[in-house]
Write a protein that binds this ligand. Structure first.
Ligand code: DAH
Length: 357
């Protein structure tokens, strides 16, 4: 057999991945792209050299090279999304008053103490990824009326779906009962109402924030937790757009070897609805205790905005369509940093918190 020109492929791929990881600006990435995956790349040269092989060998080598190219291109796209997010974040950052870093000026040398907690840091990273994909970031109130938390989301009074969320109701005397929001989905309603009022549709937004449920804390639940919601309302939006956004996000945030899948589910405010799962970050899909041997972990819910929700806010479902998704920020932090027990996040043990700074 002729020696294969792909004998060093693993090392060459490793070099390309390292070069991609080392790119630190979008300009650098743009300049490096032709040499990494374009016509001037080692991959292109290897492709050409396959012509020298016998047909039998060529087929296997071609598949191998294809696989390597997919991985390198995936890593490049992930890096592009990260850098784009970081660049947009930097542009916004100049307006931010950050109370997390307090510099005490009268002490020399100046002492900096405090750093964003793991949840705040995770929230920012998630925002970066979505901002890089063209989303804006919006926030909504944590105390909601029944209308925003439930009714406008197609969950009428006494509907069994309310049982999905153990809510903290606060009785302010008839007719006003307020609820600590059980999810970030009510912010969708605020955004859509505002867009209708201002005639500013379409919407492409993510909405992070704190949520509350009457849940007994355990290794994977806290009564106060964080979600990030996504909403796209535009013309001609399909389920394929939802799946594409979820997959792009998953790879950009968790890495090129983690992917997503959507499985049929039920949520009152989307139709059809899907559970959003990612490759288990512990075993990378092999099957382990954390993922009950399935290789997959559930991250959140998603689906196409139910026409009843559009009607509740005065958007014509014949003209507009959209998708929504929502998932736990704490859960993301837990998966990314492999935190065994979520309660550690709120116990304020400095030895634990310092590890995550
Ligand atoms: N609000 C849901 C929950 O907390 C999650 C969710 C599911 C959000 C589907 C969505 C969605 O936007 O489309 O369980």
């Amino acid at each position: 057999m002729t020696p294969s020109p792909l004998d060093n492929l693993d090392a060459q791929k490793g070099d390309l991945l390292a070069a991609i990881a080392a790119l630190s600006t979008l300009d650098e990435l743009r300049d490096a792209e032709p040499a990494l995956v374009g016509r001037r790349s080692i991959l292109a040269a290897l492709q050409k050299s396959l012509g020298t092989l016998e047909p039998e060998q060529r087929r296997d080598a071609g598949a191998l090279l294809q696989e390597a190219r997919r991985e390198v291109e995936g890593a490049l796209e992930t890096r592009r999304a990260q850098l784009a997010g970081a660049a947009r974040r930097a542009a916004l950052e100049s307006d931010r008053l950050d109370l997390g870093d307090v510099v005490v000026g009268s002490i020399h040398p100046p002492v900096t103490f405090g750093h964003p907690g793991i949840i705040a840091a995770t929230q920012r990273e998630l925002e970066d990824v979505f901002v890089g994909m063209g989303f804006t970031v919006a926030e909504g109130p944590e105390v909601e009326s029944d209308w925003y938390n439930f009714e406008a989301l197609n969950i009428p009074p006494a509907h069994p779906a309310r049982g999905l969320w153990d809510s903290f109701y606060i009785d302010l005397g008839e007719p006003e009962t307020v609820v600590l929001r059980t999810h970030t989905s009510p912010t969708q309603i605020h955004l859509m109402e505002e867009a209708v009022r201002e005639g500013s549709l379409p919407i492409h937004s993510v909405m992070p924030g704190r949520c509350y449920r009457r849940d007994a804390p355990d290794a994977s639940h806290l009564a106060t937790f964080h979600q990030i919601e996504g909403l796209v309302v535009d013309r001609g939006i399909t389920f394929a757009d939802l799946a594409g956004v979820i997959e792009t996000f998953t790879r950009a945030y968790f890495g090129a070897d983690i992917s997503s899948r959507l499985r049929p589910g039920f949520f009152p405010f989307t139709e059809p609805s899907a559970e959003f799962e990612i490759t288990c970050t512990i075993c990378r899909g092999e099957g382990c205790r954390t993922c009950s041997q399935t290789g997959w972990l559930e991250l959140g819910g998603s689906g196409m905005v139910d026409p009843a929700v559009f009607e509740a806010v005065g958007i014509d479902p014949e003209q507009w369509s959209g998708f929504a998704f929502g998932f736990g920020i704490d859960r993301c932090a837990q998966m990314r940093h492999q935190i065994g027990d979520m309660r550690a996040l709120i116990e304020n043990d400095a030895r634990f918190l310092r590890q995550l700074s």
